[in-house]
Each structure stands twice: as C-alpha cells, then as structure tokens.
Design a protein around this ligand. Structure first.
Ligand code: 1GP
Length: 250
C-alpha cells in the first residue's frame, strides 16, 4: 500500500493520526535510535523530516538512519528546499505554498525538484501548504517571503482550500509555523473541514495533548508536533499526544 493510500484509509475511517516532525539540526545522529524507540512505543503514525532551513549537511545520511530505526512507521519528507530530497524516505510531501503569491514557492522550486524526485523514484503526495498567521513571523513565513492568511478570516482559508482541492492536491497543510505562539484556530480548521473532502494536516504551536484533541475535534486529520518534544522532560508525552489524537472515536 502506498503511503498516500494508508493516509486515505485513516481519513475514510474518520480516524486521526499523530505525526512527529524531526528537524535534523536539532537531533544528533547518535540519539536517533533512542528517540525512534520512544516514537514507536508512543504509537505515532508518521515521521516528518525537514525544516525551513537545514544547516546539517548530512541530510541523506540522517534520513537513512531514521528510516533504519523506524520499524513500520512511514518516514515522510517535509522539504523546505530542493536540497531536502532523498530516496531514503518512504514518501515526500510535494508542497506548494498556496497561501502566498510567490511564483517560486508556488511552482518554481517544484520544477527544480521534479527531476531529482523523478530520479529518486520516491512517492510524492501533492500538498497544499497554507501559512496561517500565528502572532509573529515564523521561519516558514520568512523563508517563503509570503504573508500568512489572517487568523480571523476563515472564509479566505476555505477559498484557498477549495482551490487546492479543485487543482488536485491530495492533502491540505494548515501551518502555524514551527514554534508558533498561536496554533491554527479551530474556526479555520472546522470551516475548511466542512467544505473540502481531502485530509487536513494541522501543525505549528501545538503544545499539549488537549490542544491536539481540540484540533482533531474541529476536523484535523493529522496533527504534527515538533518543538514540544524537544523541550520536554515528560517521557510519556508522546503517548499522551497519540492517545489524545486517537481518541476521536472513544
Ligand atoms: C511545523 O507544524 C510543524 O511545520 C511543527 O510545529 O514545532 O511548533 O510543533 P511545532
């Protein structure tokens, strides 16, 4: 089964999934086996690897090490640039920053990446990436050179999400930005959920299992956390997040 098929299965069952974003700059390679062990025990559903800007020159090696220790958890690239393409992962979110109007981030980078992706033979999942205002400028906003969508205008988010669906995107990513002060508002998630019928990823600034559960209740299909696990001393936090996300049906 392709990674996309497995995501659609979760969506069609009206379940939700918990994904963890790993920034290669923040996890030393020697700590990968221990961290992966925690993720497997915490019953997460997918691993994202990527970042707006990665200084770690061993990207491909890093992804290979994560994959080696990932057991059956899919490893999905979440590239911030064309330099983050490698066949070592299971799939790649083929992103377009549709909230912006920067041609380079809408189609230019994708044209540069396409031959690399073709040579890799990696599965691609076309993903409409929408930056939502989160209180202050995030790295994703700065690097994309684009304005985020206002957080108090759900209709604008809905129109973008509909356009994405009509253009054939497979996933929508509502992004507050890594380390965001404010996560994506539930009003935006539920308005988009009511209108489009493709899975919705929500990430950025989700700092507790309760907040994750609220996003799922609003209609998120997949919840992404990154920073919060880098800062915690709570060994059980991963499991608390996955239980909160998986509890949609309980
Ligand atoms: C960024 O949504 C992810 O794309 C994760 O954000 O690091 O704030 O959890 P955080």
């Amino acid at each position: 089964m392709s990674v996309h098929d497995s995501l659609i299965k979760i969506y069609n069952n009206q379940d939700a999934g918990y994904w963890v974003l790993i920034d290669p700059d923040k996890l030393p390679v020697e700590k990968i086996p221990g961290f992966m062990d925690q993720l497997i025990k915490g019953e997460i559903d997918a691993i994202l690897i990527g970042g707006s800007l990665i200084l770690n020159s061993e990207f491909e090696y890093f992804v290979g090490e994560v994959k080696k220790h990932s057991d059956r958890i899919p490893v999905i690239l979440f590239p911030g640039s064309v330099h983050q393409v490698t066949p070592k992962a299971d799939a790649l979110l083929f992103l377009s920053v549709i909230s912006g109007r920067q041609a380079h981030h809408l189609i230019g980078n994708q044209v540069l990446a396409a031959p690399l992706v073709y040579r890799c033979g990696i599965e691609t999942i076309a993903t409409a990436y929408m930056l939502i205002d989160s209180g202050r400028q995030t790295a994703a906003q700065f690097m994309s050179g684009s304005m985020p969508l206002p957080r108090n205008k759900p209709d604008l988010a809905v129109a973008h999400a509909l356009a994405a669906q009509y253009l054939g995107f497979k996933l929508i990513y509502l992004e507050g930005g890594s380390g965001a002060d404010l996560s994506v508002p539930e009003e935006i998630i539920s308005a988009v959920r009511k209108t489009v019928d493709i899975p919705i990823i929500v990430g950025g600034g989700i700092i507790s299992p309760e907040v994750a559960a609220a996003k799922v209740a609003a209609g998120a299909t997949f919840i992404v956390t990154g920073n919060v696990l880098e800062k915690t001393d709570d060994a059980d936090l991963i499991h608390k997040f996955s239980s909160a996300v998986h509890s949609r049906h309980s």
